[in-house]
Write a protein that binds this ligand. Structure first.
Ligand SMILES: NC(=O)c1ccc[n+]([C@@H]2O[C@H](COP(=O)([O-])OP(=O)(O)OC[C@H]3O[C@@H](n4cnc5c(N)ncnc54)[C@H](OP(=O)(O)O)[C@@H]3O)[C@@H](O)[C@H]2O)c1
Length: 280
């Protein structure tokens, strides 16, 4: 495994598994199989409604808790719930997480951020992060944080390498964790000729070349999958290195193009929605 050293000295594996849109049964299966194959990072969220399943997958993998970097996210409905962190830990079946995010800049997000800071001080989160806080939200938080976060989780891939956001993150040593790293499976990204050519050179699939690009950009990456072959391939990316010229070729794909466009109206809806958490 390769690691990123965070601005508080904590080490984070460069590649993990994401669990967005995975049913509890699929999440449990993917997490257990991923850990058995050697993954050491898992990303979930209150909103994915699969935290209990992720906890079950961790237990049945028989990999020791302290070897796993576990990341989850508080949803806006939980920002003013004083028990939000404890309830999240209970669902996951752990007594700390390695990384705790606030998921969206919706509702009383500053109260959510204060909960992260408290969890960090109490040792219940070894690192903290913000998710989808680009632009004015990050600018406001910069004036209010008491603890600088370790991560920003945001959409990033070769069509959208987050060049502008990274200028701010770099000032504080905040690392980027890419979501939609494979363009959410978009065929046009996966079929870009440059990835086929480089895949042939290194004996890798286009998806593996894209994931290696992320890690060489200095990003942590959490491809989502419920396919055991893909899960296996997505970890098998650390035994080749793209050259500077190849990284420059991939940089030409930058279209400043997001797949996901969040509106202000959606932020209002996010604040009003409460996940229907799995029952114990
Ligand atoms: N903070 C946020 O707001 C936010 C938003 C979105 C996502 N996320 C996080 O980021 C993670 C990654 O995002 P994502 O899962 O939505 O998108 P993604 O990783 O870009 O793409 C996942 C899609 O790619 C396919 N895939 C995975 N590995 C592949 C491979 N080796 N070859 C070909 N296809 C492959 C998967 O299908 P198969 O299942 O068939 O493999 C799935 O359809 C999420 O799981 C979640 O943890 C966070």
């Amino acid at each position: 495994m390769e690691y990123i050293v965070l601005n508080n000295g904590v080490k984070c594996p460069v590649v993990g598994i994401g669990t967005f849109m995975l049913s509890p049964a699929d999440a449990e299966n993917s997490v257990r199989e991923a850990l058995k194959m050697g993954y050491r990072m898992i990303d979930t969220a209150n909103a994915y409604v699969n935290e209990r399943a992720v906890g079950r997958g961790i237990k049945s993998s028989n990999v020791a808790r302290e070897k796993i970097f576990l990341s989850t996210k508080l949803w806006p409905s939980e920002y003013e719930n004083p028990n939000a962190v404890e309830e999240t830990l209970n669902r996951l079946g752990v007594d700390y997480v390695d990384l705790l995010y606030i998921h969206q800049p919706a509702g009383n997000w500053l109260a959510g951020y204060r909960q992260l800071e408290k969890a960090y001080r109490d040792g219940k989160a070894k690192a903290i992060g913000i998710s989808n806080f680009e632009g004015k939200y990050l600018a406001e938080l910069e004036t209010k944080w008491e603890i600088v976060p370790q991560f920003m989780q945001a959409e990033a891939h070769p069509y959208f390498p987050q060049t502008e956001l990274r200028r701010t993150l770099d000032k504080y040593g905040v690392k980027l964790m890419s979501w939609y790293p494979l363009g959410h499976g978009d065929k046009s990204l996966l079929q870009e000729p440059v990835f086929t050519v480089l895949g042939k050179k290194y004996g890798k699939s286009p998806a593996q070349v894209i994931l290696r690009w992320h890690t060489q950009m200095g990003f942590a990456v959490i491809p989502g999958s419920k396919n055991v072959d893909h899960i296996h391939d997505n970890l098998d990316i650390l035994n080749f290195t793209l050259t500077a010229d190849e990284m420059a070729e991939i940089a030409k794909l930058d279209r400043n193009m997001r797949y996901y466009h969040r509106t202000d109206e959606q932020l209002v809806q996010f604040a009003a929605w409460r996940p229907g958490f799995e029952k114990a």
